[in-house]
Design a protein around this ligand. Structure first.
Ligand SMILES: *Cc1c(COP(=O)(O)O)cnc(C)c1O
Length: 402
């Protein structure tokens, strides 16, 4: 049985697949097209045999890139002032990609004590199961990091500022120490988690960093709806190492998600500035409140590393933390958070909605001296005066006997 009408005609089933129609050329629009592909077609066998997956002037397989993902990579590299970019399915996957690209058994990695906690957790795992040592350093160590660099130290992670306790590290000093302790055979690579500044307020490569990691989940997307990460470098050798890890781990990203991130980029700087202005308004208001003992916002003097922020950064985003006076118990500050109405309770940041989360910092890091509860605020794009009114009414609840 066949539904062929003549030998020259394909069956209906084959024709369902092999349709000859091509849309006319000459279509123009602002968005980059969303290319979904696992299989990528070669025009003949010679093309298949000669093509190299590492050559980004052509395509080999969906996992290695499509016009959609190559375009996003190029735009992210340009924002950061880098040359090469690789995408990963989350910010954390991007961090893991850097570790697995650069570290092997016997190597040592230095990680700041205030780092985004899953990065610390990954370091701990590498130490326990992979024969790598991960050591944690005071984020304000500056040039003192030189004394911690061992002959087997391959990688120094930095985060500017640490996204919970907000210390601003001296990145140029750390990079100088790493360069001085590098040899031609053995480079000490400095990587930065630059998510807080979105690549807008801190130009990491200009300060000596080798690798920039971004959680695109935050400001690049801006929609609280996508998970994605990126790793960017200027160094071709590092790019080769990272793309090998990317290939070996199979870290593909979805075309629709890549599109959503790209959709956020034209408005990113405008959103970032609005988050910045709102956050400073709210942070300054909180600073004047008797319930608050410290406002950990890099643009305010309470924040450790504030002078470094003034020297090296051109702005701030929507993220900062406050420490409540020690007389307020965790139960009381929990009640404060529960009483907020505009601020929602949840992780992540960089979206239009304001968020507030408590952290038990003493359990996350060494040498934490503050007694009071730490609450982290993400200031969204609401009117800052409405946010302040919300905090004010929740502070009133904090004082009620409970
Ligand atoms: C959110 C975040 C990450 C991880 O990004 P995900 O996409 O959630 O995995 C890493 N670093 C920092 C500083 C972040 O804020």
């Amino acid at each position: 049985m066949t539904d062929r009408n003549s030998p020259q005609q394909k069956s209906f089933q084959t024709a369902l697949i092999h349709n000859e129609y091509k849309a006319p050329a000459g279509f123009g629009a602002f968005p980059t097209a969303i290319h979904h592909a696992s299989t990528v077609l070669f025009k003949d066998v010679a093309a298949l045999r000669s093509r190299n997956w590492q050559d980004k002037s052509s395509y080999t397989y969906g996992l290695h890139g499509t016009p959609t993902t190559f375009t996003l990579e190029a735009r992210l590299a340009a924002i950061e002032g880098g040359e090469h970019c690789l995408l990963a399915p989350s910010g954390l996957a991007a961090i893991a990609m850097v570790d697995l690209a650069l570290l092997k058994a016997g190597d040592d990695v230095l990680i700041p004590d205030n780092v985004y906690n899953p990065n610390r957790e990954l370091g701990r795992w590498l130490s326990e199961d992979f024969g790598i040592t991960a050591r944690f350093y005071d984020p304000l160590i500056g040039e003192g990091i030189a004394a911690m660099i061992q002959p087997n130290t391959r990688l120094i992670w930095t985060e500017a500022p640490g996204s919970v306790t907000m210390e601003v590290p001296d990145i140029p000093a750390i990079c100088r120490a790493a360069r001085e302790r590098s040899t031609p055979e053995r480079k000490v690579v400095v990587a930065i988690d630059n998510t807080w500044s979105a690549g807008i307020a801190f130009k990491a490569f200009d300060h000596g960093v080798d690798i920039v990691m971004q959680a695109l989940t935050k400001y690049q997307s801006g929609g609280s709806d996508v998970l994605m990460g990126a790793v960017i470098t200027r160094d071709l050798d590092l790019k080769h190492k990272i793309e090998l890890a990317h290939m070996r781990l199979g870290l593909g990203v979805g075309a629709d998600d890549a599109y959503l991130v790209m959709r956020g980029l034209p408005t990113m700087q405008l959103r970032f500035s609005a988050h910045d202005a709102g956050a400073r308004t709210v942070a300054n208001w909180l600073k004047a409140r008797p319930e608050v003992s410290a406002v950990l916002h890099p643009a305010l003097p309470d924040c450790p590393g504030h002078e470094t922020w003034q020297r090296d950064f051109t702005g701030a985003g929507g993220l900062f933390s406050v420490i409540f006076d020690g007389r307020y118990s965790e139960a009381m500050t929990d009640r404060f958070i529960d009483s907020l109405t505009l601020f929602k309770i949840g992780y992540s940041w960089g979206g239009a909605n304001s968020l507030c989360v408590p952290y038990r910092v003493a359990a996350m890091r060494r040498n934490w001296k503050h007694e009071g509860q730490l609450l982290r605020f993400n200031i969204g794009l609401e009117d800052p005066q409405d946010l302040i009114a919300d905090i004010e009414q929740a502070l009133a609840v904090l004082h009620q006997a409970g």
